[in-house]
Ligand binder design. Sequence first.
Ligand SMILES: [Cu+2]
Length: 150
Amino acid sequence: MKKVFAAVVLGLASMYGYADVSIKAPWVRATAPAQKVAGGYMQISSTTNATLLKLTSPVASSVELHASTMENGVMKMRYLEQLEIPAGKVIEFKPGGYHIMLIGLKKQLVEGDKIPLKLLFADNSNKEHLFEVSFPVQAGAREKHEHMHH
Ligand SMILES: [Cu+2]
């Protein structure tokens, strides 16, 4: 009887035990009244290999994953279909690097607001897991070159 119980507990643990991915220090940059795009940042890590597949938010018509890179002294932005999160590595989203791009904003993002974002991850057995994360809006430091391609 004890053995059966242990097996059930293990079974549940593998089904619901997806605490592997952790998201730290999320924030979204505050916007000007007419601004339609905003950048979002966070740190993602996972104890097992995972893939960030998709992001959505009720405040934007779409949410994309972007990577900024310097090429010959010019900041360029690249759209990423998805992002691999290798086990044990912290992927830092920050101005000038990986970022979330909220596109088609439905309202102004004011410092102090909290923006809900849903992040869909696939684990290493291709099971999908939906995370709901609240991103506080912060003024942050303005970097002129950051979104020159929008
Ligand atoms: Cu961007």
